[in-house]
Design a protein around this ligand. Structure first.
Ligand code: NAP
Length: 252
């Protein structure tokens, strides 16, 4: 069995200055890839690039849903590293908690814009710039909140359900040149998910068959595999990675 290697390949990973995105960046760099990372804050991006190695990574500050930012990142990736072989749509936002009935329409639209429409736009930009001619692989960050009702974060879950469906649609549209898959994590210990476990981690972890919450590295390994040539017959899928919790019927 050949050892997978990403030497000579380049990945754009959105929302990768910390958490799951940064772990994915480290995993790909460890396998020889160059990475282009994004986020809204220049300072944390600079720290991330430092940790990845300046020869391996460049960063662009901006919002994932901003078309001008997207154009700069895609052009910058090709100019610096010569290709865009992989795209990880990792950015996802969830600014509200509570009943679906109380969601403010403007906030709901912003979440769809960032969690779903921006992901499609990133795929389109990468396809136009490189992948359409040379092929590529995409992974979208969905969530188990998109697989079943998740009280309190219902609209976030609905956007992730939409993202998983979009993943399948894009896979159909873009095959055979470009593979498109998604991953659906349960609770992973990051700043984003703090409200779901901080102060009661042992209690939450006890509900997981694997008796622990996820780490960013748990997700990074799966994303790395989905991007690898070894996953070459795998497209349109959302892979659950959840310490077994969805088997229990437990809450997110
Ligand atoms: N953690 C979990 O339990 C969990 C579970 C299921 C799915 N997910 C999904 O996994 C993905 C990553 O989450 P995470 O837990 O790693 O979050 P995190 O640790 O909070 O990291 C989020 C990253 O995205 C950047 N970011 C935030 N909003 C952005 C925007 N509008 N445009 C560009 N960059 C932005 C942040 O940097 P700045 O703040 O500087 O912009 C940061 O680099 C999300 O799609 C999330 O929905 C997470």
């Amino acid at each position: 069995m050949p050892v997978p290697t990403m030497a000579g390949r380049t990945a754009i990973i959105t929302g990768a200055s910390r958490g799951i995105g940064l772990a994915i960046a480290h995993r790909l760099v460890a396998d020889g890839a160059k990475v282009v990372i994004t986020g809204r804050t220049q300072e944390t991006l600079d720290q991330a690039v430092e940790s990845l190695g300046r020869e391996n990574a460049i960063a662009f500050a901006g919002k994932a849903a901003d078309p001008a930012h997207r154009t700069s990142v895609v052009a910058g990736a090709v100019a610096k590293f010569g290709s865009i072989d992989f795209l990880v749509n990792n950015t996802g936002i969830n600014p509200v908690y509570g009943s679906l009935l109380d969601i403010e329409p403007g906030v709901a639209a912003k979440m769809v814009d960032t969690n779903v429409l921006a992901a499609i736009a990133w795929v389109k930009a990468c396809r136009t710039a490189w992948m359409g001619e040379h092929g590529g692989a995409v992974v979208n960050l969905s969530s188990i909140a998109g697989l079943k009702p998740s009280p309190g974060i219902g609209w976030y879950g609905a956007t992730k359900a939409m993202l998983s469906r979009v993943t399948a649609e894009l896979a159909m549209e873009l095959a055979p040149e470009i593979r498109v898959n998604a991953v659906a994590p349960a609770v992973v210990k990051t700043k984003f998910a703090g409200a779901l476990f901080e102060g009661r981690e042992a209690e939450v972890a006890a509900t997981y068959p694997m008796k622990r919450l996820g780490t960013p590295d748990d997700i990074a390994g799966l994303v790395w595999f989905l991007l690898c040539d070894e996953a070459g017959w795998l497209t349109g899928q959302t892979i659950t990675v959840d310490g077994g919790v969805t088997l229990t019927g437990g809450l997110v």
